[in-house]
Design a protein around this ligand. Structure first.
Ligand code: NAD
Length: 465
């Protein structure tokens, strides 16, 4: 790779932080600066105590320990980093719009546009601009138009390089990516830009795993990949409901179909529903795009994946209420887990939020324990729904740090995240602590039914009668 020594990444979030840490780690000759307008987040990335990083990912703090302030920098000086960089990654958030046209479905591109305008204003030398954020098809065109019409006459090459990492396994996914996708123009300068970006990944990945496509295919592929993954979860969750009414066991069905090499075994775990910042938003985006091209059947088809996921969360909450004799009012229900999956502190769209909201509507008293999620985040998640006042949320729901003590006089425990530590708890002690009958609702299928029943629990596991 020629002359590329400086990278800037705009957005120090769950994608920008880990991806740039891995690039810095694998490319010691490249200087990587991650910038963000959120000063608090940058301070956390720079915190001497690596347990205070804003993103928890296994293996991340070890990488940061060896690269930070050597060739990896976190800063709020956005303009300076843009000016100095040869390659600029845009890794800002692209949430679902909450206002105006496309509300509730389309991606809100205001942060992307702000970035593009800022790059145009500041750049004095040619740049490669890389879309790392997940964007609707044809966004690269919009970025290009802003850069070309408002810039200082310098040349910009726009590439799409969507990120496929999964939270909880981000470092491993980045180090051993199944593929890296680079979309760009088919012009000589577009090809040079694609090869320049490819050379970065070739530091640690075999060249044949780096796929080059046109920009639109790359943008669309990211949405489609998430839609297919989420569709598998919704498909198996729909079958879990059927299993609960029959003598079938969803784990056995998953195993039986997963052995078929045409189907494959991954993403066939039934659960209380998928969460995370991406699946729902990206499918809604796909639905919006399909509808905007008049493809009603295509839009309806993919929308069903979301409808099934909402049903699964609702079903879990309703089962708790009906099993607890149709009333949870004043009953203490302990939530094990709040994160949307294990090994992350991210709670965006976590099923726990919606299950809690449904139970709080029935006046349950919820006690939450999660090993990595802060009290502040949990209340912020609930307050965001606006179902009841912040005071009411704090009165009805408590956040604790001692998971076993939390079960004293509890009517029920609901497992919302599959944290490994839950499997190792002293469940006999927990049974002793609880009111009887002691109910456990396993929304992640991490505990063994026979063992739990033998300990005296009334045990309910998603996908089993
Ligand atoms: N989280 C995931 O697992 C994942 C995986 C693949 C792709 N993605 C995509 O990557 C993108 C980023 O996701 P994330 O989870 O990292 O989001 P995030 O919310 O964790 O981080 C985004 C950061 O961008 C910053 N930001 C916003 N506007 C800015 C601006 N103008 N200048 C500087 N900083 C700005 C915000 O302050 C925030 O810290 C999204 O498009 C998402 O769809 C996410």
């Amino acid at each position: 790779m020629k002359n590329t020594t400086k990278i800037c990444c705009i957005g120090a979030g769950y994608v920008g932080g880990p991806t740039m840490s891995v690039i810095a780690n694998q490319c010691p000759e490249i200087q990587v600066t991650v910038v963000d307008i959120n000063e608090n987040r940058i301070n956390q990335w720079n915190d001497e105590d690596l347990d205070n990083l804003p993103v928890y990912e296994p293996g991340l703090k070890e990488i940061i320990a060896t690269t930070r302030n050597k060739n990896l920098f976190f800063s709020t000086e956005v303009d300076k980093a843009i000016e100095e960089a040869d390659i600029i990654f845009i890794s800002v958030n692209t949430p679902t719009k909450t206002y105006g046209k496309g509300k509730g479905q389309a991606a809100d591109l205001k942060y992307i546009e702000l970035c593009a305008r800022n790059i145009a204003k500041v750049a004095k030398t040619d740049k490669i601009v890389v879309e790392k954020s997940t964007l609707p098809v044809r966004t690269a065109g919009a970025i290009k138009s802003i850069l070309e019409n408002t810039g200082n006459g310098v040349n910009f090459e726009i590439l799409s390089n969507p990120e496929f990492l999964a939270e909880g396994t981000a470092v491993d996914d980045l180090m051993n990516a199944d593929r890296v996708l680079i979309g760009g123009d088919d012009t000589p300068s577009g090809q040079r830009a694609k090869d320049t970006l490819s050379a970065i990944y070739e530091h640690w990945l075999p060249k044949e795993r780096i796929l080059q496509t046109n920009v639109w295919s790359s943008e669309l592929s990211k949405l489609v990949a998430n839609a297919f993954l989420a569709q598998r979860v919704s498909s198996i969750n729909s079958i879990s409901a059927l299993c609960e009414r029959t003598d079938a066991n969803v784990a056995e069905v998953s195993r039986a179909i997963g052995y078929d090499s045409r189907i494959g075994s991954k993403f066939l775990n039934s659960s209380v529903g998928f969460g995370g910042s991406c699946f729902q938003k990206d499918i809604l985006n796909l639905v919006y795009i399909a509808r905007s091209f008049g493809l009603q059947e295509v839009a309806d088809y993919w929308e069903q994946v979301i409808i099934m996921n909402d049903y699964q969360k609702r079903r879990f909450a309703e089962n708790i209420i009906s099993t607890l004799y149709n009333t949870v009012s004043g009953k203490k229900i302990v939530f094990y887990g709040w994160a949307f999956k294990k090994d992350t502190n991210d709670t965006r769209e976590s099923a726990a939020i919606y299950v809690a909201d449904a139970l709080l509507e029935e006046r349950a008293e919820i006690v939450v324990y999660d090993p990595k999620v802060s009290e502040k985040t949990i209340y912020a998640d609930l307050d965001y729904l606006n179902t009841r006042s912040p005071e009411e949320n704090r009165r009805l729901l408590k956040v604790v740090k001692e998971p076993i003590k939390a079960t004293e006089d509890a009517h029920a425990i609901a497992i919302l995240t599959e944290w490994d530590e839950f499997k190792t708890y002293d469940w006999d002690k927990i049974h002793n602590n609880m009111l009887k009958p002691a109910f456990v609702f396993d929304g992640r299928r991490i505990l063994d039914s026979e063992t739990m029943k033998a300990k005296g629990f009334e045990f309910y596991k998603i996908g089993q009668s």
